[in-house]
Design a protein around this ligand. Sequence first.
Ligand code: T5A
Ligand code: NA
Length: 211
Amino acid sequence: NHKSDSRGALIVLEGLDRSGKTLQSRKLISYLEGLSYSVESWRFPDRNTGVGQMISSYLANKSELDDHAIHLLFSANRWEKRSLMENKLRSGTTLIVDRYSFSGVAFSSAKGLDIEWCKAPEMGLLAPDLVLYLDIPPEKAAERGGYGGERYEQLEFQRKVARSYQILHDASWKTIDACLPIEDVEKQLQEVVLDCVTTCQKGKPLSQLWS
Ligand code: T5A
Ligand code: NA
């Protein structure tokens, strides 16, 4: 491949609330920076935009929204970052993203919304090169530091989310046992991530959800 096809990797962390996504994305950033890669930490929802503030208020139970309406806001929050995301990747920066479209579909369909309806607004967003699924039983996750009281942090609901995630699982997913000690999870993530970054550097084409 020509050198100009070289790009950064789009790497997403998914999992139940308290599965360790934020902790592990921080560790991955330092690991890749240590190897002199250009890398940025992203997260969804991005609570800093106007749409993100509406989402944040909903999650904190400070406002009520129809289930479909909040689903579309989560999706819009990704669309408003799409072109920046593509520019970063094409300029060679790897993005470690804490939650993405899979959270959008898993959480909304766990409420009973039709899964195909949930996927539709995500179509055309960039497809991750790698999805790291931090696998933890809902009961174990609930024990970790206790839930903070945001809207979805309830055991019964998290059980439904876990089942929804299983349906979304595809070839870009790598499932990691998130109950292992932090250092063991970290080590397993480093191996697959390095492999993915190398493949994208060699010019793997960008693709779109859901294909
Ligand atoms: N949502 C999100 C939607 O409904 N639709 C969407 O489209 C999107 C994008 C956002 C909420 O919105 C929903 C999903 C969520 O409910 P958030 O701001 O992303 O939420 O917050 P959470 O993902 O819930 O963040 P959490 O902080 O709860 O979970 P993390 O990031 O997975 O966990 P982390 O890293 O903070 O770790 C939790 C605790 O466990 C410990 C950590 O030290 C920490 O105390 N820990 C471990 N302990 C033992 N062993 C290990 N291996 C450990 N790893 C971490
Ligand atoms: Na988090």
